[in-house]
Design a protein around this ligand. Sequence first.
Ligand SMILES: NC(=O)C1=CN([C@@H]2O[C@H](COP(=O)(O)OP(=O)(O)OC[C@H]3O[C@@H](n4cnc5c(N)ncnc54)[C@H](O)[C@@H]3O)[C@@H](O)[C@H]2O)C=CC1
Ligand SMILES: Cc1ncc(C(=O)O)c(C(=O)O)c1O
Length: 313
Amino acid sequence: MPDARLHVAVIGLGTMGPGIAATLARGGMGVRVHDTVPAAIERARAAIPQAGSVLDRLGIAPPDSGEGAVSFHEDLESAVAGAGLVIENVPEKVEVKAAVYRALDPLLPAETIVASDTSGIPITTLQGFLSHPERLIGMHWSNPPHIIPMIEVIAGRHTAPATVSFIADLVRSLKLLPVVVKKDVPGFVENRILYALLREAIDLVDQGVIDEEGMDTCVSWGIGYKLAVVGPMRLLDMAGLDIYQSVASFLNADLSDRKDVAGYVTERARAGKLGIKSGEGIFPYTPEQIRELQAERARQLVAVRRILEGRDG
Ligand SMILES: NC(=O)C1=CN([C@@H]2O[C@H](COP(=O)(O)OP(=O)(O)OC[C@H]3O[C@@H](n4cnc5c(N)ncnc54)[C@H](O)[C@@H]3O)[C@@H](O)[C@H]2O)C=CC1
Ligand SMILES: Cc1ncc(C(=O)O)c(C(=O)O)c1O
């Protein structure tokens, strides 16, 4: 069972790392953060307290022992020294993660747990790059990680049951929601659902059935809004399995089943249009718009979560 004296190393300080570090520190854990890019470490020095202020608005208080300290490390060795848990948050490329695990191997005792925040690389694949694979596990947070309470916990073929229990208990100790995924399939559960939805959304925009703004309004104020309150399996009962059977009997055959990535995405990515991180993707963003957008999204997500948790409204 993890306790507040646990020291956690967070490796990779891009989109996900700072929010994860802030959440762990608010849980009372000592957190050491590392990135190979000094500028990312410097950005994290501001991003972590910003995430902490959102945790304040969520009403998430530290334990009686107080908030954990966060320290910033340009070298991997000092970041992981004494860590009971290492959370890997480097880019979603097997070779990049493999290089991190090879670098970690000589630095970690055999019992130190390594948790990957991978979006969907099978954990069993990653276990091929780290000694003592029984201590490697998937711990898939969602963006923004300091706000979304659900964390997928995924065992690879070699992950020890005690490792699964440790991570699930740690998530609960943070007052978050662990979901133990029973099979190590690509994309686990959340991203298989999300990527099926995104594939269909992109296809419909690409076909001219709807434009980008209309798509976002349709999904956010329709099914997205409803799914925040009624999960898909309960929704089947709410709509009626007879209705689902009738609609699916003709619709399933018409849904996108493409196996590649749509040109709508690859063309933009090739042009360097990656989204907020590059100032333009599907939509253009000025730095001020990005700040306003991220602040407004945090405000709205906090308000919705407080209502769903029964604390407001
Ligand atoms: N962006 C998202 O919405 C989500 C991403 N994830 C997953 O989390 C992981 C990280 O994703 P992002 O934070 O979005 O990536 P990112 O590209 O924003 O950040 C990755 C960070 O890792 C650093 N890095 C690269 N190689 C490194 C190394 N060898 N050692 C230390 N740091 C290194 C980079 O400098 C960068 O700051 C990926 O596996 C991703 O699939 C999970 C949930 C959501
Ligand atoms: C587009 C996209 N891809 C992956 C993830 C993830 O959860 O890994 C997310 C997310 O919302 O966190 C995402 O939006």
